[in-house]
Design a protein around this ligand. Sequence first.
Ligand SMILES: [Zn+2]
Length: 411
Amino acid sequence: MNSAFSFEIKHTSQGLARVGTISTPHGPIQTPCFIPVGTKATVKSVLPESMKELGAQALLANAYHLYLQPGPEIIDEAGGLSSFMNWPAPTVTDSGGFQVLSLGVGFKKVLAMDSSTFRADDVIAHNKDRLAHVDDEGVTFKSHLDGSMHRFTPEISMQVQHQIGADIIFAFDECTTLHNTRMYQEKAIARTSSWAKRCLDEHAALTASRSDKPYQALFGVIQGAQYEDLRRSAARDLGGMSSSGISFDGFGIGGALDKEKLGTIISWVNQVLPERKPKHLLGIGAPEDLFIGVENGIDTFDCVLASRIARTSAVYTMTGRFNVSNSPYRRQFVPIDQTCDCYTCTHYTRAYLHHLFKGKEILAATLATIHNERFIVRLVDQMRDALIGGSFKDLKAEFLSRYAVKPVASH
Ligand SMILES: [Zn+2]
């Protein structure tokens, strides 16, 4: 681990849960932490200043989208992602593997979490919208913007992510879904392992040749779907991997995560990975899943859900989600959530948000997103405090006893 990047565990409790600080060239991240997603170097409809104000400690952007637009060289010229998007705090990019391959198989992550829709590889292969093809060297894919052909290899992903310049970057992996067969998962694990080594080599070379730039930490990604032996062997493999004199600074847990088995899968991996390195759970952000992640040793999370659902008028409350554009909220002159301390809840009512959504006003997205991001960021902050205070189990039980209630119109 480089001196510009470190992870200090400050508190451990029973089991795998811990509290710590990740230090990056752009500042610290107190963990556990929820990292909001700004796919194209912006959290849609919200100013970076507002994200800071609502407590976001870091933001995650997407290497695939930024590669296509504006192009990584533009961000490099701007002085890196943090400077380009006026976010003077830590940034993260994912490797592009998930986007490339989810476009390729035509499935969204939400399907990958639903084991009731199991399919075999051949179904995926025959998908008429297939936009990507994987081989042992990398992935060839068609841009979702203009149909142009592109190729990502582990080396290209590292080059792109170095140009983008986030504090934490991810190794290029093959992201499978629950639809793939066991045989395919084995193949993908082997491929991801060889790609991980190539990422370490390329990352070491780029770090040396760009030594005037802030240090970037590289996280390996653990795949293996719902199979215990594959998850554990991938964790052993990447956890102990070193090449060109370096090893991974941290780890991401990715790929097909069966919601029912989420905690079990995370614990398999985190029992094996080096304890003193940070663990990131990729693309998970539903409140009930965040509790499961934290108690099984996850340090950071990212998820686009909070902002994506906000734009469709779905807002979080302590009792569950509801759609503020539904008719019962037309005359409710109270905040979205009485217990929320966000800018939206301290200044606006459900009735006003209902009006903005009905009128298709763009301020609707801004106010709803500020609330949802604050809700999730704060929830994970509360988990951190509860771990320190020894009350995590109580917080979880109390939250889930209320949150599990299906939202009704009177909320
Ligand atoms: Zn709020």
